[in-house]
Design a protein around this ligand. Sequence first.
Ligand code: TMP
Length: 215
Amino acid sequence: MYKKKSFFITFEGIEGSGKSYQSKKLFKKVKSMKLPVIYTREPGGTVAAEKIRQLILDDYYYPGSKEKFDKYTDTLLYMAARNEHIKKKIYPSILKKKIIICDRFIDSTLAYQVYGKGISRNLVSNIHRYILGRIKPDLTFVLKSKLSKAMQRLKKRKKKNRYDRFTKKFYYKIQKAFLKIAQTNKRKYMVVDNSFDTPRTEEIIYKKFIKTYSK
Ligand code: TMP
């Protein structure tokens, strides 16, 4: 028997790293164990935050628009969505002692906005101080992948326009940033190489979850 406690797990990585697939796999597995678990994502996770997500993604992918959000607008929208998500979903779930599996969280802002786009780290940290309170992930999986494999996965997606969003060079930079972030706390982060579509990845993730959760 496991002790009932909240446990916050995040999955991070570039598009095509397989993090959404792997996080859903873990969710199904944990659910099948009859443990209290929820699945959520960022940007999004609540009705209001999903609206903000739509706003951000429309701006990225709408081919006809000449005027794009400024990078600070974009960042503030991610933060606004996160605030809604924390207040309305993450925090209440923590109080209910649930296991939360979240596809992307604060490290995506660090990797994409701070390292990738050069947004002030101070601004991001300060806003996080206000909106996060004491909430922080207990365990973060950083999925890394060979860029050629990630690109291949993206090409297979129905929404092909996503593939055009960033250059390969940008993804290389973002992946490097995720790996750097993971180095800051080796106990909390686990880097998983997901370059190959093998069931081993799921097993590694599940084992790490069990080990950390049952501590
Ligand atoms: P997704 O493809 O994993 O659903 O994520 C949507 C996009 O949002 C993806 O390009 C990464 C980006 N993103 C940021 O740039 N900053 C953030 O803080 C978050 C949560 C996502």
